[in-house]
Design a protein around this ligand. Structure first.
Ligand SMILES: NC(=O)c1ccc[n+]([C@@H]2O[C@H](COP(=O)([O-])OP(=O)(O)OC[C@H]3O[C@@H](n4cnc5c(N)ncnc54)[C@H](OP(=O)(O)O)[C@@H]3O)[C@@H](O)[C@H]2O)c1
Length: 269
C-alpha cells in the first residue's frame, strides 16, 4: 500500500503516465489519494489509464507547447489546483555517436526532455504554484552522471534536465520544491532493448543483484512529491540498485555499456 504522505486531495500531472515508470507513479499517487492527470501521445492508452486511476488525461506530445498549456488548463478546470508536476515523458533517441546523429533528432530530444519540463513547470507556476506552492519531480537518469556508447544525445539532455532541476529549485523556493529521481536500468519498454537480451548478466553486475522495477522508482518520486520530503529541494535521488557504486564490488566491466556497444541494433538507429 502506498503511504498517503499527505497527498489526499492534491492534484498531480504525470507526463508519460500510460506506461512504465510514469504509469506506476500515477497509480501510486492515486492510491495515496491524489487526483491524477496523465498524458501521453496514444489517445486510447490515455483514456484507458485515466479511467483505471479514476483520474483524467489528455493525449498529446509534450513537444507541443499548446498541449502543455491545455494540460494546465484542464487540470485547473477539473481539479481546481495543481500541486504536483512529474516530468516523466522522454525520448532516448537519437542513438549513435554524436558526429553521426541527425541534428533535427537531437533538437527534438532537447524539446521533449528539457524544454517540455520547463514549459510545464512554468505553466503550473504561473497559474497556481506561485501563489499556492507545489512540488515538481523530474525523472532524469543514472546515466547522466557519466558518458556511454551510443546514448550521447540522451545523456546530454538528461544532464541538462538535472541542471534545470537545481536551477529551478533555487529560483522557485520556498513556494515550490523541485527535485529529480535518477533511475538505473528499469524493466520498461524504453529500455527493453538493453535488459531483455542479457538481464541475468546485467543483474549479476549490480550490487543489489537485479534490474529495477517501475515500483522502485515510483516510490522515490511519490516520496519527493509528498510532505514527507518538505525540507528537500534541488536533490537528485539515485534509484539504481547500486549502479554508481558497482566498482567497489567483484564484478568487472559494465554490462549495460557492453550491451549498448556490442548490439548496435538500437531501435530507430
Ligand atoms: N527504463 C529505464 O531503464 C530508465 C532509466 C533511466 C531513466 N528513465 C527515464 O524514465 C522515464 C520513463 O521512462 P520509461 O522507461 O518508463 O518509458 P516507457 O515505458 O517507454 O514509457 C514512456 C511513457 O511516456 C510517453 N511518451 C513518450 N514520448 C512522449 C511524448 N513526446 N509526449 C508525451 N508522452 C510521451 C509514452 O506514451 P506514448 O508513447 O503513447 O506517448 C509512455 O506513456 C523517462 O524520463 C526515462 O528517460 C528510464
Amino acid at each position: 500500500m502506498t503511504s498517503p504522505y499527505g497527498l489526499r486531495g492534491r492534484a498531480a500531472i504525470v507526463t508519460g503516465g500510460t506506461r512504465g515508470i510514469g504509469h506506476t507513479v500515477a497509480r501510486q499517487l492515486a492510491d495515496a489519494g491524489a487526483l491524477v492527470c496523465v498524458t501521453a501521445r496514444d489517445t486510447e492508452e490515455v483514456r484507458h489509464t485515466a479511467a483505471e486511476l479514476g483520474g483524467i488525461g489528455l493525449a498529446g506530445s509534450v513537444a507541443d507547447p499548446g498541449h502543455l498549456e491545455e494540460v494546465v488548463d484542464l487540470v485547473l478546470r477539473e481539479f481546481g489546483r495543481i500541486d504536483i508536476v512529474v516530468n516523466n515523458a522522454a525520448t532516448n533517441q537519437p542513438y549513435g555517436p554524436l558526429m553521426d546523429v541527425d541534428p533535427d533528432a537531437w533538437r527534438t530530444a532537447f524539446t521533449v526532455n528539457v524544454e517540455a519540463p520547463l514549459r510545464l513547470v512554468r505553466g503550473a507556476w504561473q497559474s497556481w504554484m506561485r501563489d499556492h506552492g507545489g512540488t515538481v519531480v523530474n525523472v532524469c537518469t543514472e546515466g547522466a552522471g557519466h558518458v556511454g556508447p551510443h546514448v550521447g544525445a540522451y545523456g546530454t539532455t538528461k544532464a541538462a534536465l538535472l541542471h534545470l532541476t537545481q536551477q529551478l529549485a533555487g529560483e522557485l523556493a520556498p513556494k515550490v520544491r523541485v527535485n529529480s529521481v535518477s533511475p538505473g536500468l528499469v524493466r520498461t519498454e524504453m529500455a527493453r532493448f538493453v535488459w531483455e537480451p542479457g538481464e541475468e548478466q546485467i543483474a549479476a553486475g549490480l550490487p543489489l543483484g537485479r534490474i529495477g522495477e517501475p515500483e522502485d522508482v515510483a516510490r522515490a518520486v511519490v516520496w519527493l512529491a509528498s510532505d514527507a520530503a518538505e525540507w528537500v529541494t534541488g536533490a537528485d535521488l539515485l534509484v539504481d540498485g547500486g549502479t554508481r557504486v558497482r566498482a567497489a564490488g567483484t564484478a568487472t566491466g559494465y554490462a549495460v555499456h557492453e550491451r549498448l556497444r556490442a548490439d548496435y541494433h538500437l531501435p530507430g538507429a
